[in-house]
Design a protein around this ligand. Structure first.
Ligand SMILES: [Mg+2]
Length: 302
């Protein structure tokens, strides 16, 4: 047994029993014994197996105990959705399951994660750690700075995400909310995204400490005016720079572009204390003392 405890979401109890390489493959699997699920206790004692977890999603902490990482949470929530009220459902009468995660159940789980308040709680927890770090470091350097991503970091696109059931439509209108579909470009040009409160709190704290804040976003340069308008409307005032992608440019990973942008900010004499975003590609590539990854089970940017 590697780890037993209560899920960080307080939704169900679990035991991670084993984690071993799949036979003939590089992926790893996790066997999870569920001791209770929600109020129904439907699956007590059952053992479920989640396959195809890339290594790194469950990893040992500093005390060498295994713990859940934010990357695993969506998978576990999807498992919860899959099991909800299913005590007598076909396929759950045995002690093992080898079903892949169902996309529809994952969508339900993602809605529940957001609407339950757990999403904001997790966001606030990450930003609290970032705040502590920046407070401790800000006075040590002449030109301290932090980097913020925009979408699902500084601004929430929840109305668009919800309307589209987490599908992505670049073009098309967005004039029927709360019904979809909602084109992403039209949504961003409307500049209606609201601030993510924990990030705005962090932002104001950083500015009070005299820490420069730069936004580096995957949005394109032709959206600069609307993005500035949205940031101002959401309450972000007094930032030092906004880096957008050159129109038409592409990189294999957003990290290729974002790390290079951080390097240019460093070259101007700023000491980057932290880079904060909702995607691993917001953090990869160096040129920051630390990275803080916010939860985002809704989409992935390579
Ligand atoms: Mg983002």
């Amino acid at each position: 047994m590697l780890r037993t405890g209560r899920s960080p979401r307080h939704l169900f109890h679990f035991t991670i029993m084993t984690m071993a390489p799949e036979r003939g493959g590089r992926d790893q699997g996790v066997r999870i014994r569920v001791s209770s699920i929600g109020p129904s206790h439907c699956c007590e004692g059952k053992i479920f197996r989640i396959r195809s977890l890339p290594s790194g999603r469950v990893r040992p902490d500093r005390t060498n105990k295994w713990r859940l990482t934010p990357m695993l949470v969506p998978t576990l929530l999807a498992l919860l959705a899959l099991l909800g009220g299913s005590g007598s459902a076909p396929g759950f009468s045995g002690t093992a399951m080898a079903q892949p995660v169902n996309v529809g159940d994952a969508v339900t789980a993602a809605y529940a994660y957001h609407d339950s308040g757990l999403y904001e709680r997790d966001m606030r927890a990450v930003m609290a750690r970032a705040s502590g770090w920046v407070r401790a470091q800000a006075g040590k350097y002449p030109n301290p700075a932090v980097i913020l991503d925009i979408d699902e970091t500084a601004l929430s696109n929840w109305p668009e995400l919800k309307a589209n059931r987490f599908a992505y439509f670049r073009s098309g209108r967005c004039d029927g909310l709360p019904e979809g579909p909602c084109g992403a470009e039209a949504w961003e040009r409307a500049a209606k995204a609201e601030a993510i409160a924990p990030t705005l709190d962090f932002y104001r704290m950083a500015r009070r400490l005299g820490v420069a804040v730069f936004f580096i976003t995957g949005r394109y340069e032709n959206e600069r005016a609307d993005t500035i308008r949205n940031l101002a409307r959401a309450g972000y005032a007094g930032w030092s720079g906004l880096v957008l992608r050159p129109d038409g440019s592409r990189t294999a990973s957003a990290a290729d572009y974002k790390a290079a942008a951080r390097a240019r900010i460093e070259a101007r004499g700023f000491h980057i204390l932290a880079t904060i975003g909702d995607q691993p590609s917001d953090l990869a590539g160096g040129h920051a003392e630390r990275g803080f990854l916010l939860p985002n089970p809704f989409y992935r940017v390579p």
